[in-house]
Design a protein around this ligand. Sequence first.
Ligand SMILES: [Zn+2]
Length: 545
Amino acid sequence: MSRFDIRKRDGLARIGVFQDQSRSISLPAALETGALFPDLSRQAFSNLPLAAPAPFVEEFAPDPDARPIIIHPHLPSRAPGGECVMVPNWHTAFFNPRSYVDWLVNLKEKTAPDTVWYAPASALPSTVHILCYSGFDLFDFIAVDLKSAQGTFCMTEGELPADAMESGICQCPGCQAGNLREHNRQALVREIALVARFIALGQLRELVESRCRMHAGQVAILRHLDNRYDFMEKRLPVGRAGVMLATSGESMQRAEIRRFTERLLARYIPPKSEVAVLLPCSAKKPYSLSQSHRKFQAAVAGRAHELIVTSPLGLVPRELETVYPAMHYDVPVTGYWDAEECAVISSVLARYFAKFRYRRVIAHLEGGALRVARMAAEECGILLECSCTENPAGSAALNSLDAVLAGERRIKDDRIHGMASWQFGCDLDTKGMVLRGHYPEVFYSRNNLQLFSIDTGTGLLRPTIDGWNLIPEGYRVVIDDFIPEGDVLAPGVVTADPAIREGDEVLVAGPRALAVGKAAVSGEEMVQLRRGVAVRVRKIKKVQG
Ligand SMILES: [Zn+2]
């Protein structure tokens, strides 16, 4: 029996090891797949066109016992976890980005998550990044060898005539020997190694956003995939520790960006405050450590709920400024906001203010952010007071901000309440809770009982077992009648909340033990997978019974 041990995920992309009786193969990789799968050379109907109609596919169905197992949009996917599946003719999908994404979603949704995905004759140095991003792991040299036979020099940026090899663009051994076939193969191997490195870093999206610029079809694939928000979102981690580069038009549509907003509008509970003040963002994160925000906070002096207007996230309440990706994004700052940014962000603000009604909304903004706030105010029918129109951190503007807030009451600073509502969808009772430690190493306790700490990488709350007692429902992983020794493995999971994403804090609950930890995979996958870690456990407590 074969198996696929997934070591690291980044959305649909994976790094892992495929093992059968005799071999152990690190993926992603390009290999001589004819040798790997002898059935490939003798299997009938292994070349089904992706666009073939259902009756045709049923009539010429491939042999279900041959390896790799052929999957097709019109066939049920019977491949068990650990097997390798192949999508014939995937290279033709590039000609139609909309179908590419329709077929991919269809196939991914019905195939076990721990299958190896082989795209035959598809990988070029210029396409393999988006193939990995789409969840393919295994490739061959057929496409690059064909390019060599056609006299085409392959680069990650695209394909050039063969004489480009003599122009000094590449210094690989193939180029030095004047061997086009060798260069093209090496260029593919090198690009796969680079893609694997970016998967390991959790920055494949950034690499793909950069690489796809040279190919209109690839940009279209990225956009169509982003439009499948529900499909993408459940496959993306809830937090990352590194920088999130939001440097392209597509960044705004990234599911992790949209998830922040969706949770803001669906789960988040603001503090009891009748006055909101809109503030500009700062390059330094979290905002409150920047010079400008120290000044804003001194001027506001707790008399209003602080909301930061920012691209691409839209709106970040002060309590959520350390939560991924609010503390992690990096954008090119020009002061200019384009029409799409303005439209997307003003609609976030409009939806927010339509849901949460404040007595006063004060815009302490300038430029694009002020324009967006005005658009939003008009859209949701609220009156916007402006405490400045330029240089919000200047002394004139700060004095004006102080003056417009004169007479307003101080509101209770309840950061953990806002964070818990966003992360767990709960209305946390924070009465008597105190904050200890120094940012970012802080924890919350009550009567000397520690309840929550904060993950310094992702900014997410980490409840202790006592902390979980305050979160009435959700984010539970139910296990069998055993006491975990270390991490909880997928076969031990009975049910898991489908809202759980990779990286979420979860409570493991079974008849004999409670445990707290971090989800290694989504709740859906915890139930589907037959092997591998489901929850990385931090603390276990035996249940007396
Ligand atoms: Zn070369």
